[in-house]
Design a protein around this ligand. Structure first.
Ligand SMILES: N[C@@H](CC(=O)c1ccccc1NC=O)C(=O)O
Length: 203
């Protein structure tokens, strides 16, 4: 059984969303080395939770593990250019499961040393379509699911409907299909998001 790591490595050169705090790792020497780590709740591969948009709702400790672990579909939209909207999503032939990861052209942006604002993002009608189809976790392969010109509507629609958003995935090596997702965020007691380790297990 193959296990694919779809998380990005955390280091100080990893691009961050503009305005987010940088990752700082201060290595401490000594006989028993303990480093000091400062990072954003939205560094690298991470979950967005309702608090990100100032909404009431669960933090990581409150989330059912079943929402982050279980059957998952990867949809390959990497040949598509432009926004990910309802018209594009509704063309998919297969029944929609509760966890969907969108592989887009964005995965290529991880090769760049700086943040790229020209990433592919979900539209509001795309978000409404996913909600209407019963999706509970939606993932995407860059640092936000919403276009940088967005006003938070896409995030708000998804989070108000109780979806969790998994951002910052690296889906470069992942083919479309059915997998088991294992996504384990840091168990932060109260926070607007959390860095995660996420892997896919082939079925
Ligand atoms: N860092 C956020 C994204 C974000 O902050 C954002 C996304 C789209 C448009 C504007 C945004 N933030 C502030 O201007 C995230 O983790 O999803």
């Amino acid at each position: 059984m193959k296990i694919i790591d779809i998380s990005v490595p955390l280091n100080e050169t990893l691009p961050v969303f503009p305005g987010d705090p940088p990752l700082v790792l201060a290595q401490q020497g000594g006989a028993f080395a303990v480093s000091s780590l400062s990072l954003a709740s939205h560094s690298g591969t991470h979950l967005d939770l309702p608090g990100h948009l100032g909404l009431d709702g669960p933090s990581v400790v409150d989330l059912p593990l079943e929402q982050m672990i279980g059957p998952c579909q990867v949809w390959d939209l990497s040949e598509h250019r432009g926004p990910i909207d309802e018209a594009l999503l509704a063309r998919r032939p297969e029944p929609v499961g509760p966890k969907v990861l969108l592989r887009t052209g964005n995965s290529r942006l991880w090769q760049e040393k700086t943040f790229c604002a020209d990433y592919q993002a979900l539209t509001a009608d795309g978000a409404a379509w996913l909600i209407s189809r019963g999706v509970r976790l939606i993932g995407i392969d860059y640092l936000s699911i919403e276009a940088p010109s967005g006003d938070g509507t896409v995030h708000r629609l998804l989070l108000e409907a109780g979806l969790i958003i998994l951002e910052g995935l690296d889906l470069r090596g992942v083919s479309a299909g059915s997998y088991e997702l294992i996504c384990l965020p840091l168990k932060l007691a109260s926070c607007d998001g959390a860095p995660c380790r996420a892997v896919l297990r082939s079925l």
